[in-house]
Design a binder for this molecule. Structure first.
Ligand SMILES: [Zn+2]
Ligand SMILES: [Zn+2]
Length: 197
């Protein structure tokens, strides 16, 4: 049996913008060992992350050490919920911030997954949006049909720099929520999601 090749030296070779590819890792049921190079996300997040308050943005996620392009940072963990529930929960104030809508295009079909990090989450939920982000979220399957949302560095990141990704494609419509990312290319507002419509 040969394992899939998604990573080289522990790094994802091509990190494009959000959701443009899907990765299949070896599953826990594969006969290979846990040290297999195709079980990167399963081995857990970077140990160098910390959370601190950022002006105008609430909490933000940071790295204590510099990060190489292609490195796995952490998952955006949460509860998988159905489409109807996602729309219902989105209207409830505190859930609004933490529902991630993943849209995947495979075989001519669009599949949607909604992940709610309101009640069950990890540090991934503190990663803020940027209009010029240093990370992307990439769906990774680790033996199950449901993807895990893996945050990967799409460029080299300096020590103590904030970890950010784009909450929506750069050509998506914007919401009414102001963006404080500070990027030169800031669009002024956060992207709107499926659930805003
Ligand atoms: Zn393997
Ligand atoms: Zn911005």
């Amino acid at each position: 049996m040969t394992c899939g090749v998604n990573y080289r030296k522990g790094l994802l070779d091509e990190v494009k913008s959000n959701n443009e590819r899907c990765i299949f890792e070896c599953s826990p049921l594969c006969l290979c060992s846990i040290t297999c190079s195709n079980k990167l996300v399963q081995r857990g997040p970077s140990q160098d992350l910390y959370v601190k308050e950022v002006e105008n943005k609430g909490w933000g996620l940071f790295t204590r050490k510099s990060v190489e392009r292609g490195k796995f940072i952490c998952e955006y963990a949460g509860e998988i919920i159905g489409r109807e529930e996602a729309f219902r929960m989105f209207k409830v104030g505190k859930h609004r911030k933490y529902i991630f809508c993943l849209k995947e295009h495979c075989g001519g079909k669009v599949s949607e997954t909604y992940i709610d990090a309101t009640n069950f989450a990890n540090v991934g939920r503190y990663a803020n949006h940027s209009c010029s982000p240093n990370c992307s979220v990439i769906p990774v399957r680790t033996g199950f049909m449901t993807p895990r949302l893996a945050i990967f560095a799409q460029c080299n990141i300096n020590k103590d720099e904030e970890i950010t990704y784009a909450y929506g494609p750069s050509d998506s419509r914007v919401s009414s929520l102001p963006c404080f990312c500070g990027a030169n290319a800031c669009r002024g507002f956060l992207p709107s999601t499926e659930l805003d419509r």
